[in-house]
Structure formats: C-alpha cells, structure tokens
Design a protein around this ligand. Structure first.
Ligand code: ADP
Length: 208
C-alpha cells in the first residue's frame, strides 16, 4: 500500500508518519519511509538545491522541474520496487505537494502541473493520502514555538502563500477520493487513531 501525507508545513505530518511507522512495525508489516524531496542519492542532491536559501533567484519553472526530477528518480529507484515486494511505502509529501505549492501556491496552471506528474510518476499514484489540515495561524504558532529550528527556502514563504496552498489542498480533496481530510487541530493521538481507521477501511474494501 502506498500512503502519503500532505499539508502545510508544521501541520504534523512527520509526527504522524512516525506513529504509523511504529504501529505497522509492531504488527510485523514490511515498511519503508520516504521523504520528499529526496529519498535517493540523486534525489537528495536535488533536495539540497531546492531548499538552499541561497537559491532565492530560482524561477518557478525550474523549481517544479527539480521537484519532478527528484520524484521521478525516487519512484523508479525505490517506490515501485518496494510496492512490488508488498511493502507499505509511506511518504511525507508526494506529488500533491507540487500541485498545492507550485500549482495553487505559486500559480502554475494545474494542467501543466498534471502533465509533469504524468511524466514523473505515471501510474504510481498513492492508494490513500492524508491531508492534515490546520489554519495558517496555527502553523505560525507552531513555527514560533519551535524557535531554534532554521527554516528552509520554501518554509520562509509569506502567510498568503500558505493560504493559497491550503485552499489548493482543499480543492484537490474535493476531487480526489483517495484524499482524506484530517482535522490537524485534534490531538496527536486522535489523529493517529483516525488514520489507522481509514487504513483499515481501505484494507477491508480491497479484500471484498
Ligand atoms: P510537519 O512534519 O508537518 O512539518 P511536525 O510533525 O514536525 O509537522 O509538527 C510540527 C510541530 O507541531 C511539532 O512541534 C509537533 O510536535 C507539533 N504537533 C504535531 N501534531 C500536533 C497536534 N495534533 N497538535 C498540536 N501540536 C502538534
């Protein structure tokens, strides 16, 4: 099963990926965790270029193609082989992030974004995607609380950018059945439970 986590920065994705990993490992499942952008030697190099604050003159077209380059390597080198071996593949961000950030956030036409997805991931679409939704003000609050962690090139974007990204996610969610909107203001434990419920429901559907 291919599971992805989406949402604006600080929504709680990595917290939930970690809890899901623990749960699946305790239940003797084979799992692999992937981070986006990155996850392979080549993809990690592309990640460094993408997140480096010195690259502040990067054009949006360059940005989306670098994300796609990182992802196409990851899909072919890791995700497909692991799925073929019946692993749970869990990714903190995937192609929906590109639609939300570069499409809705930065304003690239969604049709172009979808064409890029066709090339970079093809048929390798997640089985289920958890969109952990929090208001931008909450993300700000959590960002301030973390204080010392230095922010990357994309995390330093202005709040109105994140509003657009959040609205983008909600639009994708309205169109895609695999998207599960999770209220990120619930407790970490409640969110985890809801995620497990959705995964179990999907398993039952697949068995029928
Ligand atoms: P992301 O990976 O989406 O950027 P993190 O999992 O790193 O988000 O969480 C960002 C911050 O918010 C962390 O300090 C984390 O402990 C906190 N956090 C995560 N989930 C919740 C939650 N449900 N309620 C309150 N705080 C949370």
């Amino acid at each position: 099963m291919f599971i992805t986590f989406e949402g604006i920065d600080f929504c709680g994705k990595s917290t939930q990926v970690e809890l899901l990993k623990k749960y699946l490992e305790q239940n003797d499942h084979k799992i692999v965790i992937i981070r986006e952008p990155g996850g392979t030697e080549i993809s990690e190099k592309v990640r460094d270029i993408l997140l480096d604050k010195k690259n502040n003159m990067m054009f949006i077209e360059t940005e989306i193609l670098l994300f796609a380059a990182s992802r196409s390597q990851l899909v072919r080198e890791k995700i497909r082989p692991f799925l073929n071996e019946n692993y749970y593949v869990i990714s903190d961000r995937f192609h929906d992030s590109t639609t939300a950030y570069q499409g809705y956030g930065r304003g690239l036409p969604v049709e172009i974004v979808n064409n890029i997805h066709n090339l970079s991931i093809g048929e390798t679409i997640p089985d289920i995607t958890f969109f952990i939704d929090i208001p931008v003000e909450e993300a700000e609050r959590r960002k301030a609380a973390q204080g010392s962690r230095s922010l990357d090139r994309i995390e330093v974007s202005a709040n109105n950018f994140y509003e657009k990204v959040r609205r983008g996610y909600l639009e994708i969610a309205a169109r895609q059945k695999r998207f599960k909107v999770i209220n990120g203001m619930m407790s970490i434990e409640e969110i985890h439970k809801q995620i497990l419920n959705e995964i179990n429901l999907l398993h039952k559907k697949e068995l029928n």
